[in-house]
Ligand binder design. Structure first.
Ligand SMILES: [Zn+2]
Ligand SMILES: [Zn+2]
Length: 128
């Protein structure tokens, strides 16, 4: 019984790690809406079945996994037009954020990445 509760906790927690990642990076380009909607539907139906069956542990499990999936659907819709973001990333002279593994800026023809320029720092210096 205790193993089941631990498993439920781990399962639910795994979704919240995904939610936290999306929150940090606003990265939803690769997340599929149909996948998450079907997941939420399936989990939701099983939640109802668990309620009918009067199974507490099954009901808790279903609620704890359905909720975060619904949150992720909300995040996908909310961040649909957002671009990748990380506080550690540099910015190009064209003001777009440069992702860590990029070797050149896809938005302009500059050589910022090649030359390792840090426009954030330059901007701060020019304000001084
Ligand atoms: Zn640049
Ligand atoms: Zn650029």
């Amino acid at each position: 019984m205790i193993i089941s509760w631990i498993a439920i906790f781990i399962l639910a927690l795994s979704y919240w790690f995904q939610i936290w990642k999306i929150h940090l990076h606003k990265e939803v380009r690769d997340l599929s809406i149909p996948y998450h909607v079907l997941l939420a539907l399936g989990f939701g139906m099983l939640t109802y079945q668990a309620y009918l069956d009067d199974s507490t542990i099954f009901l808790v499990k279903q609620i704890l996994t359905t909720l975060p999936v619904i949150v992720i659907i909300g995040q996908i819709l909310y961040h649909r037009k957002d671009k990748w973001h990380d506080d550690k990333d540099r910015f190009c002279c064209c003001d777009h954020e440069i992702e860590p593994d990029w070797i050149r800026c896809p938005y302009c023809e500059c050589d910022c990445i090649e030359k390792g320029k840090d426009h954030e720092k330059e901007r701060e210096d020019s304000l001084r």
